[in-house]
Design a protein around this ligand. Structure first.
Ligand SMILES: *[C@@H]1O[C@H](CO)[C@@H](O)[C@H](O)[C@H]1NC(C)=O
Ligand SMILES: *[C@@H]1O[C@H](CO)[C@@H](O)[C@H](O)[C@H]1NC(C)=O
Ligand SMILES: *[C@@H]1O[C@H](CO)[C@@H](O)[C@H](O)[C@H]1NC(C)=O
Ligand SMILES: *[C@@H]1O[C@H](CO)[C@@H](O)[C@H](O)[C@H]1NC(C)=O
Ligand SMILES: *[C@@H]1O[C@H](CO)[C@@H](O)[C@H](O)[C@H]1NC(C)=O
Ligand SMILES: *[C@@H]1O[C@H](CO)[C@@H](O)[C@H](O)[C@H]1NC(C)=O
Ligand SMILES: *[C@@H]1O[C@H](CO)[C@@H](O)[C@H](O)[C@H]1NC(C)=O
Ligand SMILES: *[C@@H]1O[C@H](CO)[C@@H](O)[C@H](O)[C@H]1NC(C)=O
Length: 573
């Protein structure tokens, strides 16, 4: 204990010094590209072998008016099927568009003006002010990726990290603890690990131990580490925006590389205290290329009482972003959060739960192909209010323990005889399902979550002092359009999301319940696909939707594509 404190004090002065230097950089504007990057690159990012050649790379930057003076690649992460580059723009600089940028692949000995090859970026996203995420096609072994503008600027490559061992997100929670999301510690699922074997570290350069601040780990489980935040970090946080990185050190061993800059979450950071939260029920979801379902999913859930949607976008390449924007324009409170990290659904849900905590009384964790169905016709918040009040006041057996989680049974729907995507949406299109419900989906009170944030398959562990309740199927179920027409379903083969679930193309775990029974590992359509998974007809949600949403004259549904109406005329499918 004494030892740790000494570390803390010794490194504090260094830490402060560094903070001051970076802070003055931010205030300074007169640096030329090369001066800035030489200083910044050499001092803070010595990880990359190419750093010494940066002056050569800088020579390639011939149009300084097009490449803003201090634009730089903050970090580069090599994912299995793509490379993610985080660009940092100087304040008030115009951001490049996707069409203006190009991914550039160099080998260490190349002259940067003559790269091995170039590729257009797969996608360019802007989430925070002055920052951009560029996704490039994957990088052949031994090569280096950077980006340039088409009109001839090339940026010096940034520090490059492998994805399999990395601290990838970090934030300061309301209680001033730090939550770090890490990859590569290989901890067991659903178990608390031994915190005393790890510590958190803070700084800019994780290769130099003497420049780091350290702090005690409070809990560590799965891929989430919660630490005390050193006081100097807390105080400096307010001055220099999220410039310090956090990571985790295995005692007696190395430090995980990190791209995780400490930040507060946009939606949280204020303690709402006794005042009411703005929303009663919100939804967190993780989605990849689900744009075609989003409109129906959001419009329907708004009508049953959802007020806020957080969409963690995992590398979508369809028009997810523009569909979300059009929903915002139509006054739905929906936000898109870029979550490029692969196989980190648990981490993403935990992150979202923290984000939603100060804004939402209850948060549902469901997928975009899942719909809450309330057969009684009540609103979702009525059911929740009713349930939490009734069970707390009359359930003597459980001794008035407050409810932190409502578990809702899930019905899995089959292709229902269809061969093509139903034009009027999934709720009207699919009406035949399996008889037995599958595992539940949860609606939780974010305060009730265990501070480890352990969750597996949409199911969080609760804090001591809270309990769950099973919602009666006559009150509420989830309609899960799990086995849709083949054209849609086959994409699942390439879209496994959870950390601890094998890819469907892997041979391991072939009998798992997470797979479609009897499908094996190849994406080949079984001849009888359209009639599978059909045991009972269930038109409950379909009838309600037609009653509440269909235009009485045309029977047109609000999420339907306007062209469909002319093409097919009104129909009841
Ligand atoms: C630099 O960019 C500007 C603005 O796009 C362009 O007009 C100019 O021709 C470029 N100069 C060179 C030397 O490429
Ligand atoms: C968190 O830290 C800030 C700054 O040090 C302090 O003002 C605040 O009271 C702390 N909050 C909690 C919950 O400890
Ligand atoms: C946790 O790790 C520490 C240090 O390695 C060890 O001394 C301690 O016994 C461990 N605790 C448990 C519960 O395994
Ligand atoms: C911190 O961020 C805010 C808003 O995001 C911005 O107005 C302010 O200038 C930033 N401060 C520094 C020191 O970068
Ligand atoms: C959306 O909800 C957030 C809180 O979750 C709130 O801060 C924001 O003002 C809302 N936006 C709109 C457009 O209502
Ligand atoms: C609460 O639930 C009961 C049945 O469990 C129902 O009769 C009653 O109408 C509900 N009340 C409200 C306000 O929804
Ligand atoms: C969180 O869960 C762990 C076990 O999984 C338990 O030991 C701990 O007390 C829980 N934390 C709280 C705050 O309830
Ligand atoms: C995100 O998409 C990638 C494919 O780019 C997939 O491999 C991964 O499992 C997905 N992760 C999550 C958390 O959805």
């Amino acid at each position: 204990m004494r030892d740790r404190r000494r570390h803390d004090v010794v490194s504090w002065s260094m830490f402060f010094w560094f903070t001051t230097v970076v802070f003055s950089f931010v205030l300074f504007t007169g640096f030329s590209f090369s001066t800035f990057h030489l200083l910044f690159g050499e001092t803070f990012h010595p990880v990359l072998a190419l750093t010494r050649r940066i002056s050569t790379v800088n020579a390639a930057v011939s149009n300084e008016t097009r490449v803003p003076p201090v634009l730089s690649i903050r970090e580069t992460v090599l994912l299995p099927d793509q490379v993610i580059l985080f660009l940092k723009y100087p304040p008030s600089a115009r951001l490049f568009t996707k069409d203006e940028l190009v991914c550039i692949y160099l080998s260490a000995h190349d002259n940067p003006t003559k790269p091995r090859f170039k590729q257009p970026p797969a996608r360019v996203d802007t989430e925070k002010l002055g920052e951009q995420i560029v996704r490039c096609p994957s990088c052949p072994r031994g090569m280096i990726v950077t980006v340039g503008s088409k009109s001839n600027g090339v940026l010096p490559p940034g520090p490059t990290h492998q994805w399999d061992s990395l601290a990838y997100e970090a934030l300061i929670d309301n209680d001033n603890t730090t939550v770090v999301f890490v990859r590569g510690l290989n901890l067991r699922p659903e178990r608390v690990s031994n915190a005393s074997r790890y510590e958190c570290v803070y700084g800019w350069d994780f290769t130099r131990l003497e420049l780091l601040l350290r702090s005690e780990v409070l809990s560590i489980a799965q891929e989430i580490v919660r630490c005390k935040t050193p006081l100097s970090v807390l105080n400096n946080q307010r001055k220099v925006n999220s410039s310090v990185k956090a990571s985790v050190r295995i005692k007696g061993n190395g430090i995980l590389p990190s791209v995780a800059r400490l930040g507060h979450l946009a939606d949280s950071g204020h303690d709402p205290g006794p005042t009411r939260k703005p929303h009663e029920i919100c939804i967190c979801t993780m989605a990849r290329n689900q744009a075609r379902f989003l409109k129906e999913w959001v419009m329907y859930h708004a009508q049953i009482g959802i007020q806020r949607w957080y969409i963690y976008d995992n590398n979508s390449e369809d028009d997810t972003d523009s569909v979300i924007e059009s929903l915002m324009d139509a006054n739905y409170n929906i936000s898109r959060h870029i979550w490029p990290w692969i196989k980190t659904q648990e981490g993403g849900f935990a992150h979202c739960a923290l984000r939603a905590r100060d804004s939402c009384d209850w948060v549902g964790f469901i997928d975009v192909d899942e719909f809450f169905h309330l057969p009684t016709g009540l609103m979702l918040h009525d059911v929740i209010r009713n349930l939490s009040s009734i069970t707390t006041s009359f359930d003597t057996e459980s001794g008035n323990i407050p409810i932190g989680e409502m578990r809702v049974s899930c019905h899995s729907f089959g292709p229902s005889g269809l061969k093509h995507v139903p034009q009027r949406g999934v709720m009207v299109g699919y009406t035949c399902r399996m008889a037995a419900p599958e595992r539940h989906k949860s609606i939780v009170r974010p305060e009730a979550l265990n501070s480890t944030l352990i969750n597996v398959v949409h199911h969080f562990h609760l804090r001591d002092g809270f309990r769950f309740v099973d919602v009666d199927k006559t009150m509420m179920v989830v309609n899960h359009y799990k086995y849709q027409v083949w054209e849609v379903f086959k994409e699942k083969f390439y879209r496994r999301v959870a950390t601890y679930v094998a890819d469907w193309q892997d041979e391991q775990n072939v009998g798992s319940k997470d797979r479609a029974p009897g499908l094996g590992t190849r994406a080949v359509e079984p001849v009888d696909w359209s009639s599978r998974f059909c045991e009972v007809t269930d038109t409950g949600l379909r009838d309600r939707v037609l009653q509440n949403f269909a235009n009485p004259g045309t029977s047109f549904l609000p999420w339907q594509n306007a062209n469909d109406l002319q093409a097919t005329g009104p129909s009841l499918e």
